[in-house]
Design a protein around this ligand. Sequence first.
Ligand code: GLC
Length: 552
Amino acid sequence: MELTRTADLWWKTAIVYCLDVETFFDSNGDGHGDFRGLTQKIDYLDRLGVTCVWLMPFYPSPDRDDGYDITDFYNVDPRLGTLGDFVEFLRTARDRGIRVIADLVVNHTSDRHPWFQSAREGPDSQYHDWYVWQDKPPPDAKKGIVFPDQEESLWTYDRKAKRYYLHRFYKHQPDLDVANPAVRDEIARVMGFWLELGLSGFRVDGVPFLLDTAGSHDAAQLPDPHDYLADLRAFLGRRRGDAVMLGEVNLPYKDTMKFFGDGDGVADELTMCFDFIGMQKMYLSLAREDAEPLADALRERPLPPRDGHWATFVRNHDELTLDKLTDSQRQEVFAAFGPDKDMQLYDRGLRRRVPSMFDGDERRIRMVYSLLYSLPGCPVLYYGEEIGMAEDLRAEGRLAVRTPMQWSSTRNAGFSQADVKDLPGPIPQGRFGPEHVNVRAQEGVAESLHSWIRHLIDRYRECPELAWGRYEVLDTDESSVLAHRCDIQGTVVVLHNLADREVAPEITLDGVDNSQVLVDLLREGETEVSTKGKATIELESYGCRWLRVTER
Ligand code: GLC
């Protein structure tokens, strides 16, 4: 029997909220957000309906990649607090029924990590083989550079070791060699440590890079990288049965599917993969005001193996990557949502947030979040999205979308009492600045974006069909309308109008007839269905409707 509906598959209906402790809330006025500050804000997250917090890296770090460059995997960066503060935070979150997962960044370390410092001593160091070295860079050393504005090669010469080391990201982030069994053991120890303290799993950074052993002289020792990922997952499951691995895998669907694993039809590698393809196609659809690209992606998107799940998102802490679109499609999205060079990054993405991309048009912003909470998958919200925070292009690169949380219109957006120069980033000015966009002005206010997001979250939790159901994209006679239905016991039908015109598409619902009606879930209302399951659904400009098939 397939046990799919038990609550212990909690990730199937989770509301995930991603935040960086450093920019969330500063409790001691030193300019850095901290665990004590975050703990004070747990009830805020609870009221919003969050059931799982994803913490971006909080480990000791020289902060040359915003904490994705780690010098100690077993500690908390002193700017953010202590391990004691971390545990208190976890305990408080658990008290409110909120789980916590954290970034697991083990493709690389900081070059200042003691392991790398020792590795540089040469082959005599016990840590030398923890990294990937070559005497000469391979001929394809320039292929696949992730940050082309700052790096020229994947291999950099280390004068001390007198050898070249591999770094898939910045040169200050040398890659660990997972072909080395000692490294694999250490990664398990890191996971085990945080699980023991109470984490419910990990967001695994750059999974394809982590598994890639090209360049490693030990590559032959690693039978199959996916066996390794399955081993990690099995270890995770032994240590904590309900823990998850949510993986960053930005590849075409058929390649991403491999990362779920498939042990007799069950996902035995990553529990969840982000839907990067659906996200990119969504922006293309929004730019064109045409549902087709997104509808195609949803039709093409494979069903994960049992217990596996897609994770959906509209923004995250990185640039809005459009790397899987064609050049001309990408240019369409750039033209619509980020025409200035300064808004673009690495020729592949936008360093912007949703409200500014839509020029503050609340109708479109609300529709985008309705998509997030109604498209099948586990919705992941990035901090500040619930109040409509925008980017600050004065910040460098991707930091534009990582500015401090805007709590109120008071000093430093209510984030910190510190001097402006000590803050982790600028506070946006103008129409999206804290005078206009902040939590205090929106929480509990009926017409606010915050209340809309809360409403969507509440409805999502009440509609297991959306999370658990099989979905089907429905045909409509309006090119701007995305219509889909989700079925599990009950049926929920959802429509989004991507265009600035009122429409009334007709849909056909197999298995539904005039003994039933469609009851609105986001507002009051009912729509008749014909004997043949046909219904005409009115949608405002950029409107959306969620409807449940209900007996009369
Ligand atoms: C991932 C993170 C990104 C980071 C990189 C290197 O892509 O999302 O923010 O810079 O990994 O760790």
